[in-house]
Design a protein around this ligand. Sequence first.
Ligand SMILES: CC(C)(COP(=O)(O)OP(=O)(O)OC[C@H]1O[C@@H](n2cnc3c(N)ncnc32)[C@H](O)[C@@H]1OP(=O)(O)O)[C@@H](O)C(=O)NCCC(=O)NCCS
Length: 170
Amino acid sequence: MSNIVIELLGPTNVRQSEVDGINKLLPQLSKKAKPITLGWLLCACGRRTSSLRRSCLYVARDTEVYTSDSIVGMALIYFVWGPDGWHSEIHAVVVDENHRGLKIGKMLTEKLVATAKEVAAVNQESFNVYLTSKPERVAANNMYLSMGFKLVAKADGDNGTNLYKLLVTP
Ligand SMILES: CC(C)(COP(=O)(O)OP(=O)(O)OC[C@H]1O[C@@H](n2cnc3c(N)ncnc32)[C@H](O)[C@@H]1OP(=O)(O)O)[C@@H](O)C(=O)NCCC(=O)NCCS
């Protein structure tokens, strides 16, 4: 879709409209999701994170819409440094239900993986990107497998989640 762009949120492009857009998406990710605030979003967008801990929050935006409804997807990646090297996790990948099946989820996840590769290149270090997904999230599990993520632990029990990893190299 030519009118969809993937945008990195940062201190300069976060306003209440981004908060409202994300708060429309979160219930589509989890019924238990709590609404975020502008303070939370500024924190997630890196203003207060150190160089050893960083998060990158991307949104998919429909450039033909000029309200908070312009945000039609989101995805978040964390990087944390520890003595054994970098560690990365993907969270909160969700596409608005009226925009699914249009490759927006894949575009968002590709952007997260590209960001992880940049971190690997800057630090000249390979590391794994981890994510979890419940087995009933069929579209999500298919998407991660089709993008090269490896299933490393299968969900165990009713509330279990599948664990995936992807090795990124410089
Ligand atoms: C998972 C999700 C983000 C996918 O977003 P999307 O934009 O609809 O997906 P895409 O169009 O980019 O499809 C990417 C791949 O996902 C898989 N997929 C997408 N929709 C699917 C469906 N209805 N059934 C099975 N697989 C599906 C396919 O492998 C697809 O690749 P293909 O079209 O080349 O076969 C979206 O379905 C969603 O928001 N789901 C609810 C929240 C959620 O489960 N998030 C993941 C948390 S771990």
